[in-house]
Ligand binder design. Structure first.
Ligand code: DQA
Length: 145
């Protein structure tokens, strides 16, 4: 069975309370259970992890080898800063879809650049929690091709 790692970066554990005007009221637990249901519906499985620490996220990406076939990632602010996360994904060479709740291109200029996007299959940004569902569907579709 296809297994996907869903990885969330810094501050996403605060979803529901954090800047609700930007990120909405949905919690990370709610997103994770929606994704696990969606994966099951698609005949796959999703394992969900979150960390506020860059090195822990690098470790989680390394651990996908022999365990997961795809990576769905919202790296939060590390999207815009982390060469280490980009290099980790490139190193394990796992098919990756990048997602964001907000439309990063309609926000501050520093959010317009992603270190991950060039090595991802694609990016979905701006649809709130639905970005994750769309990203999961696209990733599983890609893995089945
Ligand atoms: C985010 C967008 C990032 O710019 C920000 O730092 C986040 C959340 C999003 O999902 O919209 O933490 O990745």
């Amino acid at each position: 069975m296809i297994s996907v790692l869903v990885l969330n970066g810094p501050n996403l554990n605060l979803l529901g309370k954090r800047e609700p005007g930007v990120y909405g009221l949905v919690t990370l637990d709610e997103i994770n259970s929606m994704l696990m249901d969606e994966a099951r519906f698609l005949g796959a499985e999703a394992l969900c992890q979150q960390s506020n620490h860059e090195g822990a996220l690098v470790d989680a990406i390394h651990a996908t080898v022999d365990t997961h076939q795809g990576l769905l990632i919202n790296a939060g602010a590390y999207t815009h800063t982390s060469v280490a996360l980009r290099d980790a994904i490139a190193a394990v060479n796992i098919p990756t879809v990048e997602v964001h709740l907000s439309n990063i291109y309609s926000r501050e200029a520093f959010r317009h650049h992603s270190y991950i996007a060039p090595i991802a299959i694609g990016q979905i940004s701006g649809f709130g929690a639905e970005s994750y569902r769309l990203g999961l569907r696209a990733l599983i579709h890609h893995l089945r091709q």
